[in-house]
Design a protein around this ligand. Structure first.
Ligand SMILES: C[S@@+](CC[C@H](N)C(=O)[O-])C[C@H]1O[C@@H](n2cnc3c(N)ncnc32)[C@H](O)[C@@H]1O
Length: 222
């Protein structure tokens, strides 16, 4: 797990059992936005799906409201989160669990998938632009890649901090929509949508609520 920062693993391992309950206090809109984008860009059939930074499998659950993939590969650096995922899906034989850093996985894997998703994962990766570019290789021609990111573009003219600290001193890295588009295109995909949304209510001391983005990208058909 060399390229997966230990602090992130430690944080998610120790919060794995209560992770799904935690959403109630801070309502982050990422999962809902995934639903919104899948409604406006229907995905008809998915044989094989890849869920990066899958955690407890929430993004996969949303995808399954639309399609039923035959195989789902889930990758996460936290074994605790993957254990919760396996339990939530009753050890569904369609699901493979990969305990690995996402960056290392996308750099080394050679298997292509009909659909790739990553919800609330890239902001924890300092090298996320490279990881987004590398992920392009794992998308089948014609297939979508849907992911969220944290944006550093705020409502007011000033820009938000590029790096924010999370509990336990974890860093969360924000990007601009333009940087994200470039990273997607460098991986050989087209950006179909790059929508900004209010990520959650603002908290004490914040001037504005934070903004996240959701991207629907597609690899051109052969
Ligand atoms: C906020 S959770 C999101 C989980 C899930 N996608 C969801 O929407 O609920 C972030 C997940 O990303 C994983 N993660 C963060 N950075 C990672 C990295 N570099 N490699 C592998 N997993 C990572 C964490 O272990 C955690 O499970």
């Amino acid at each position: 797990m060399a390229s997966h920062p230990d602090k992130i693993t430690e944080y998610f391992d120790s919060h794995a059992e209560t992770y799904d309950e935690g959403g109630a206090s801070v309502r982050w809109m990422g999962g809902e936005m995934l639903r919104v984008i899948l409604r406006s860009h229907p995905i008809v059939s998915v044989h094989s799906m890849l869920d990066l930074a899958a955690g407890t499998g929430n993004a996969t659950k949303v995808v399954e409201e639309f399609v039923r993939p035959r195989h789902i590969t889930t990758v996460d650096g936290s074994q605790g989160m993957l254990d919760q995922l396996a339990e939530k899906y009753n050890h569904d034989p369609r699901i493979s669990l990969v305990h690995r850093a996402v960056g290392a996985f996308v750099a080394e894997s050679n298997k292509q998938h009909d659909l790739v998703v990553c919800v609330a994962g890239f902001p924890f990766m300092e090298d996320q632009l490279q990881v987004i570019t590398d992920t392009g290789r794992l998308v089948k021609p014609g297939g979508p890649f849907v992911f969220t990111y944290d944006s550093h573009v705020y409502f007011h003219s000033e820009q938000a901090e590029r790096t924010v600290s999370f509990p336990l001193g974890l860093a969360v890295y924000r990007q601009s929509p333009g940087e994200i588009d470039k990273a997607v295109q460098a991986g050989g995909l087209e950006v179909i949508e790059n929508l900004q949304f209010i990520a959650r209510d603002k908290q004490e001391g914040e001037r504005d609520p934070p903004i996240s983005g959701i991207v629907m990208a597609q690899k051109p058909k052969l």
